[in-house]
Design a binder for this molecule. Structure first.
Ligand code: ADP
Ligand code: MG
Length: 204
């Protein structure tokens, strides 16, 4: 179970802090609801370890992870901005999620090629991020997170802006991921994403 206990945060002292408090069972998906600017991305930043809370705790399987750095947490994130390394090709961008070096083994290359096909990007492993459309970059970022196979997946508007066919395919892929045991925290405006993926909701 992922537990967020009275986690408080503010960007500057003159603002009233947010308090985040919810839990989600392993293998379930919780949708974080709230209008634009309500703090959904901020919450995911805190869970991922990219922002530091003022107080409160985050627990995974009853152990506090709140002081761990992002890469030490059992968590992987797909950001709204996709955060690809512009000077590295698609295959290497994804490979960096699998291990720290740049040199990929043959089995890793095969895994990445199969993964690219599963998100509709077959054969694009050697492309540079600058040669991809926004939707293609989004799918590379999503695949990179999925292949890291961490127990918890944070999704920030993961399918926004993609065409309906691609959204349908990727929603099914995310559902499969959840059914295989991945715990998901989802920030999405899309009613259909929440209907298909979410087991519970938390309102900001
Ligand atoms: P959401 O993802 O729900 O749209 P955000 O978490 O991105 O909301 O932002 C919540 C609020 O915090 C907004 O008012 C936004 O302007 C503000 N905010 C976001 N990032 C920063 C930052 N780095 N510094 C100061 N304020 C920020
Ligand atoms: Mg946001």
């Amino acid at each position: 179970m992922l537990e967020v206990r009275n986690l408080t945060f503010r960007y500057s002292p003159e603002h009233r802090p947010w308090t985040f408090d919810f839990r989600v069972d392993a293998g379930h998906c919780i949708a974080i609801n709230g209008p634009s600017g309500s703090g959904k991305s901020t919450l995911l930043g805190l869970l991922g370890g990219f922002l530091k809370p003022e107080s409160g705790d985050i627990l995974w399987n009853e152990e506090s992870i709140v002081t761990l750095s992002p890469w030490e947490r059992p968590i992987t994130s797909v950001f709204q901005e996709h955060n690809l390394f512009e000077h590295l090709n698609v295959e290497t961008n994804i490979g960096l999620g699998l291990h720290p070096g740049l040199k990929l083994t043959e089995p890793q290359k095969t895994e990445i090629a199969d993964g690219l096909a599963s998100v509709g990007l077959a054969g694009l492993g050697k492309r540079m991020p600058g040669e991809l459309s926004g939707g293609q970059r989004q799918r590379v970022a999503l695949l990179r997170a999925l292949l890291r196979k961490q127990p918890v997946l944070l999704l920030d508007e993961p399918l926004t802006g993609l065409d309906e066919d691609t959204r349908h395919t990727l929603r099914a892929l995310l559902l499969k991921e959840k059914l295989q045991g991945t715990t998901i925290v989802l920030a999405s405006h899309d009613e259909e994403d929440r209907r298909v993926l979410a087991d519970s909701q938390w309102n900001l």
